[in-house]
Design a protein around this ligand. Structure first.
Ligand SMILES: [Zn+2]
Length: 189
């Protein structure tokens, strides 16, 4: 959104940290979760990392951003994340955008936009609602292609897997029916 206003140095740093967020997304992918990752940077250092573990941890709270916030707060020894920037591969959902506003984070850098739950401007702009007591600066579209590609890769594999499972289920059902028919036929003999 404000990519042009950023210095070349800052743009370079944004790429570096978005790559780190993508690395987190890869971790989610490796355990079969929707690949979303986030990191929080303070003073040129990553102080919190997180990736989606919703299914693994059986909690809706295990979003990448929430985990990154929790870890960053622990490191800062404060609930406030003033002076920090969060990098996330996918635009934050309402829960995470709300938590980010609560944390008073300075800046949020977003990879891919989320048409289904994006609250950094796509569906709502919770991060910059003037009625709240805090607004975060947003930079969107950083490494957008790579952030979208990893999600597409996951959903494509999921579709293939679902299709294969459906096929196997149908084959099992057909085999059962055939067996029943054969039994019925032998009983009438
Ligand atoms: Zn979220």
């Amino acid at each position: 959104m404000e990519l042009n206003a950023l210095s070349p140095e800052q743009q370079k740093l944004d790429l570096k940290y978005m790559k780190a967020a993508l690395k987190q997304a890869e971790k989610a992918l490796a355990i079969g979760e929707v690949p979303i990752g986030a990191v929080i940077v303070y003073d040129g250092r990553i102080i919190g990392r997180g990736y989606n573990r919703r299914n693994t941890d059986h909690t809706t709270l295990a979003h990448a951003e929430i985990t990154a916030i929790r870890k960053a707060c622990k490191k800062m020894g404060d609930w406030r994340l003033e002076g920090c920037t969060l990098y996330c591969t996918l635009e934050p959902c309402p829960m995470c955008a709300g938590a980010l506003v609560q944390s008073r984070i300075d800046r949020v850098v977003i990879g891919a936009a989320s048409p289904k739950s994006g609250c950094g401007g796509t569906l709502l702009n919770i991060l910059q609602n003037e009625d709240f007591n805090h607004q975060a600066e947003i930079t969107a579209g950083v490494m957008q292609e790579a952030c979208t590609e990893i999600l597409q890769r996951f959903f494509k594999a999921l579709r293939v897997r679902n299709k294969a499972e459906k096929k196997a289920r149908r084959a099992a059902e057909a085999a059962m029916m055939a067996k029943k028919d054969a039994e019925a036929a032998s009983n009438t003999l």
